[in-house]
Ligand binder design. Structure first.
Ligand code: 4AD
Ligand code: MG
Length: 457
């Protein structure tokens, strides 16, 4: 049976004979033996193999990228690595052509994006994926420990949750089949679902139906946005974690979001030590301190109106001018958390005009019970709100935002049949992975990134 390289480092295998499998990372040939380092993705460090040239083997075939199985005894290493294996038997599982692009040198993130199928074999990508995995696991752990039910919301939908029209259409109609109606709009009566359908931008509305019965639920799934944003923080396909809670108001919603963020970051600090040290050393100096800070401090809490005052007084020229009513831009969000408070900031009570129809109208009739959590370097990492639970006000808001009431009939029903105060939020999973790893571009923290003009592999 194969032993994972991780287990050799973490458990006691000293002087035991093991078989490991993996891909060659480096080969150094001496007179009578070769040093071969292999990695199987379970751990950051490679395992060093001492392969005597007396072994029956075509050493010419062992190159970077070759896949091997190696059987031998685990011994203490005199070198920098803790252990090594004295090979008794080596099998070449798959030879590697000499044009293998990942030769031993530093590759740019841009270049690696052109070979997404081989990118997982780099140290950095392996470390990112192990962090991603831990963050997903810790997310389920957090919500499960608090009696939330994990529910699955649809990916194909006919409603635009955020009302911003950034939807990818789902259709089986070809160009030839799409007829236009008299008013110029497309005729979907012959389409698969007999109505316009899209890839979802958020599972929230469906999650609300379940929170209105199961009390505490969360979704964790892919979401899609057809916005033409070529930034280091936007993807066309990203993953979102969306808890939705009945009997919870905006302030409790903020408390839960803050404790969730602290919990998962603490989990990473306790369970992914090797990866975090790797990112600290090679990607972002000061990362460890920044992560520890999140766990220890209390997030700053301000209202949108206070945020605007701070930005107006800032000794800084912004590209987008500041006035009450504007949507906060990334430069504003980052100023608040990076340069003013030096920590995460929760901004609440945004103007009604700039936020989605479902957010609860405050008593001032100008703002809604929305909250965004802004992180240094990332900007908005969480967006959430208390939902409008009052039927007539919600109906008014749907009209005001020029949405079709008939499309939201089922959603309004939730307000007619035993409506309750409820709240929720959405965390952009890739922005979280970016923060935890210190990786600059969001395209490097998801296995196969989708962004404008890019859907390869
Ligand atoms: O603020 P957003 O649009 O909120 C919602 O979709 C709500 N329905 C969530 C809820 O209350 N259940 O998106 C939530 C988060 C953002 O804070 C951001 O972290 C991330 O999703 N996000 C994106 N991440 C990557 N690429 C994009 N294009 C993103 N758009 C939003
Ligand atoms: Mg938002």
């Amino acid at each position: 049976m194969r032993t994972l390289i991780k287990d050799i480092f973490k458990k006691n295998f000293l002087n035991k004979t093991v078989t490991i499998c993996g891909w060659v990372k480096t080969v150094r040939t001496q007179k009578t033996f070769s040093f071969i380092e292999i990695n199987d993705g379970s751990f950051l460090s490679n395992m060093q193999i001492i392969a005597s040239h007396s072994l029956k083997l075509d050493f010419e075939k062992i190159k970077i990228g070759t896949s091997l199985s190696v059987t031998g005894e685990v011994t203490e290493s005199p070198g920098i690595q803790k252990y090594e294996i004295k090979a008794e038997k080596i099998n070449i599982l798959g030879e590697c052509d000499k044009d293998y692009p990942l030769q031993k040198k530093k590759h740019s993130f841009e270049f690696l994006r052109t070979i997404l199928h081989l990118r997982p074999r780099t140290n950095t990508q392996g470390a990112i994926m192990r962090i991603r995995n831990s963050l997903a696991f810790a997310t389920h752990k957090f919500f499960q420990e608090r009696d939330f039910l994990y529910i699955q919301t649809p990916i194909i939908t006919s409603s635009d949750c955020e009302g911003s029209g950034e939807l990818f259409r789902v259709t089986t109609l070809g160009d030839k089949d799409s007829k236009k109606l008299k008013d110029g709009s497309l005729d979907f009566s012959t389409d698969f679902f007999k109505k316009p359908t899209f890839l979802t931008v958020s599972g929230q509305l469906n999650a609300e139906a379940f929170a209105s019965s199961l009390s505490k639920v969360y979704t964790f799934g892919p979401t899609f946005r057809a916005e033409n944003s070529n930034t280091s923080r936007h993807l066309s396909e990203f993953w979102m974690i969306e808890p939705e809670m009945a009997f919870v108001d905006i302030n409790e919603n903020i408390e839960i979001a803050e404790s969730y963020l602290k919990y998962i970051i603490k989990y990473i600090l306790e369970n992914n030590e090797e990866e975090i040290h790797f990112f600290e050393k090679f990607i972002k100096k000061g990362l460890l301190e920044k992560l520890n800070q999140i766990v220890d401090i209390t997030f700053e809490k301000i209202t949108y109106t206070e945020a605007i005052d701070i930005l107006k007084k800032a000794d800084k020229k912004f590209e987008f001018p500041i006035k009450w009513g504007i949507d906060l831009q990334s430069e504003h969000e980052r100023y608040l958390s990076e340069e003013h408070f030096y920590k995460p900031v929760v901004v609440k009570d945004y103007p009604e005009e700039i936020k989605a129809f479902y957010m609860r109208l405050n008593d001032d009739k100008k703002t809604v019970a929305a909250m965004d959590i802004l992180f240094p370097k990332i900007g908005e990492i969480i967006g959430g709100s208390q939902r409008e639970e009052r039927f007539h006000i919600l109906q008014e808001k749907i009209k005001k935002k020029n949405l079709e009431e008939k499309d939201y009939k089922w959603y309004l029903d939730l307000r007619r049949y035993g409506s309750v105060v409820h709240s929720g939020f959405g965390l952009g999973f890739e922005r979280l992975v970016q923060f935890v790893t210190g990786i600059d571009n969001i395209r490097d923290v998801i296995p196969f990134p989708r962004y404008p003009s890019h859907a390869e592999f």
